[in-house]
Design a protein around this ligand. Structure first.
Ligand code: NZQ
Ligand code: ZN
Length: 404
């Protein structure tokens, strides 16, 4: 004991601005040609036998797979592979990969792809250390205690999975799409080379942009009112998407556009924009329910749902936040009726997603009115969702109905 006087005033936990603890451990290699050090990076971190996870044969056809394996071999590393990850990645492939890791003594995972590939690798990394079926982690029956290290070569700007501790996996048998969260599965490093994203087709580019913007919305629209700095940062990420999204769709090989979107994607969901904030996340829960049943592309689903959520939660209590959004993100005139200005922001969002050729209704995914009860139930699971605005099953159904 120092014998000093303990000042209670320094230990009071209630404060005007919400407390937070922030730690970001993913090392980022951003830009051209950085991939040359992948092997060395894994070796330096103690890896020796690497499982490369990927989706379709695209990375084999375009030479990225050979480039990565050459770099691993140059560093004297052993590697093995598992391909076939699909968008809305499945638990079945995770099970197969966990077995492979155990049998082949894998000690490092390298995800080469978008969010689906990264989330698969993260789940495998944790799954190796649990005795139960890996799906148990997604239904609260198994805790993540340990995980193999994961590295990433990102090929699509969207989820932020390359820099966060989340993984989202689908179970076709139970038609569930659930998430796990743990700092233990946060990638140790990620390579972000805009050139790797040149080939992303316009539809997936747009869906990625819609996902990045949705991550911004989920955190921007929060119950706290004293988060000036983080809100301005979030608006900057949104403006980056609005500016560069259409350019990247038109000119896939525009380095500046791809680079800005790539970094925007990571910044939107690496915990920075949620410092001091309680995220809402209702729209993500609704979209995951839709994806679980109808296998829709995540960002496209969000582009349909978010504008309807915005219209539904606009109220006397929330109108000022929507006004900020309209003025600071879309350049709406600040003076005038707050409701009119707020609506201008929501309409601009609808117009933007339309201009990005995103779907505008759930029926485009095959959803019918008779599906809405099930979807509302899956999204809410007997509880309310959302923190900016709490929604029960009936409210969620109403939003889904409007989105139909
Ligand atoms: O199989 P490949 O060849 O990789 O094809 C993919 C896939 O068909 C393709 N693609 C990726 N990079 C490409 C490319 N095509 C051409 N050129 C390239 N350079 O794009 C398609 C979609 O890929 P996917 O990985 O599914 O997309 P995304 O990154 O948007 O990931 C979506 C998944 O992540 C989850 C979503 O729910 C969804 O399952 N999310 C994960 C989060 C996280 N871990 O933090 C948060 C998100 O909110 C989200 O829920
Ligand atoms: Zn998302």
């Amino acid at each position: 004991m120092s014998g000093g006087k303990v000042e209670q005033k320094f230990l009071i936990t209630e404060a005007g601005v919400k407390n937070f603890t922030f730690e970001l451990t993913t090392k980022i290699f951003f830009g051209r040609g950085q991939a040359r050090v992948i092997g060395e990076e894994i070796k330096k971190r103690g890896g020796s036998r690497v499982l490369i996870c990927y989706g379709s044969n695209r990375i084999k056809d375009n030479g990225l797979f050979d480039t990565v394996t050459l770099m691993l071999e140059r560093a004297g590393l052993d590697w093995t592979e598992i391909g076939g990850v699909r968008p809305n990645p499945r638990i079945d492939l995770v099970r197969k990969a966990v077995k492979k890791c155990k049998v082949e003594g894998v000690d490092y995972l390298l995800a080469v792809g978008g969010g689906s590939v990264i989330d698969t690798a993260k789940t495998v990394a944790a799954g190796v250390f649990i005795d139960k079926d890996p799906w148990e982690m997604f239904v609260g029956k198994a805790q993540i205690q340990k995980a193999l290290p994961v590295g990433v070569v990102l090929t699509l700007a969207a989820t932020g999975s390359e820099m966060n501790g989340n993984a989202v996996i689908s179970n076709l048998e139970t038609t569930e799409k659930n998430a796990i969260h743990s700092p233990l599965i946060r990638p140790r490093f990620s390579f972000l080379d805009p050139i790797f994203t040149y080939t992303v087709p316009p539809y997936h580019t747009a869906a990625g942009v819609a996902d990045i913007m949705s991550h911004c919305f989920e955190q921007y629209f929060s119950p706290e009112n004293d988060t000036y700095l983080v809100d301005r940062m979030t608006e900057a990420v949104l403006k980056t998407c609005i500016h560069y999204g259409p350019i990247a769709m038109k000119r896939g090989e525009d380095y500046e556009a791809r680079a800005n979107l790539l970094w925007a994607g990571s910044l939107a969901l690496n915990d920075i924009l949620s410092t001091g904030k309680t995220g809402d996340w209702a729209c993500h829960q609704i979209e995951h329910a839709v994806s679980a049943v109808f296998d829709v592309i995540h960002g496209a689903g969000l582009a349909v749902i978010f504008p309807h959520w915005m219209e539904s939660v606009l109220s006397e209590e929330t109108v000022d936040k929507f006004k900020d959004y309209a003025v600071n993100v879309w350049g709406a005139e600040e003076s005038g009726n707050a409701w009119e200005i707020a609506k201008e922001g929501i309409e601009a969002t609808v117009r933007f997603f339309k201009s990005m050729e995103m779907p505008t209704s759930l029926s485009e995914f095959g959803v019918k009115e008779s599906d809405l009860d099930l979807l509302a139930e899956k999204a809410t699971r007997g509880a309310t969702i959302g923190k900016f605005c709490e929604l029960d099953r009936t409210r969620v159904r109403e939003i889904l109905k409007k989105a139909l």
